[in-house]
Design a protein around this ligand. Structure first.
Ligand SMILES: [Mg+2]
Length: 228
């Protein structure tokens, strides 16, 4: 009997890559309008290079970029970049189609819902708040909770403990084969690969199920629970 569904956050509930791209694009346009005289593509490359070095959650990417490029921070340009980023983020941080419906259907069936994210806790909660999903989840496990990233078993075991469920009673939904799918399998949890969020061109997901749309998880859970 499936009694709980665990979701990864980025590229499973939210199209994070698209949000980031749109936000950076807007930031660049705002900075150019504030006087930044540089080729757009070159700015983009420099910014993503900083993300590669410091991690995609790094919060001072524009400061670093300006310092690196000009040896000092032009605050007019920095302010423009931050506002452009925030404005684009506000409207582009949205869930994949049918996500809210899917979560509500699962809740109506009495299932417990959880999130496991490798993102810092505040960033994970901010994203859930933007999505309007703050109260949909029985537990959210983010990086600080175990200081371990998927596929380490610890975040998975912590969620099971918090939900008070056995591995065979839950299913994990995620877009990242090496982290979400392999991690869940290591502790004996069934897996569904979020093919719709795949940004790695994953050939073989090794998951028990593949989702082309998040809504398909409802049917999978219904089928699994009917068999019993
Ligand atoms: Mg992900």
């Amino acid at each position: 009997m499936i009694k709980g569904v665990i979701f990864d956050l980025d590229n499973t509930l939210i199209d994070f890559v698209k949000m980031k791209d749109l936000a950076i694009e807007a930031a660049i346009n705002y900075m150019i309008d504030a006087g930044l005289n540089m080729d757009k593509e070159e700015i983009k490359k420099e910014i993503y290079k900083i993300y590669e070095e410091k991690g995609i959650e790094y919060q001072e990417v524009f400061q670093d970029f300006l310092l690196k490029k000009f040896g000092e921070i032009d605050y007019k340009i920095l302010a423009a970049g931050i506002v452009g980023y925030r404005r684009a983020k506000d409207f582009s941080l949205v869930p994949y189609p049918h996500t809210e419906y899917t979560l509500l259907e699962l809740i109506k069936r009495g299932l417990k819902l959880a999130v496991i994210s490798d993102a810092p806790k505040l960033q994970a909660y901010l994203r859930l708040c933007y999505l309007g999903f703050l109260n949909y989840f029985d537990c959210v496990v983010a990086y600080e909770d175990t200081k371990k990233k998927k596929p380490d078993p610890e975040p998975f075991l912590l969620v099971l403990k918090k939900l008070n469920l056995e591995p065979k009673e839950v299913i994990m939904v995620g877009d990242w084969r090496e982290r979400d799918i392999i991690g869940a399998k290591l502790v004996g949890i069934k897996t569904a690969f979020a093919r719709y969020g795949d940004t790695f061109n994953t050939k073989e997901s090794n998951a028990d199920y593949e989702l082309n749309d998040i809504i398909e998880i409802i049917k999978i859970v219904d089928e699994l629970n009917k068999k019993r």
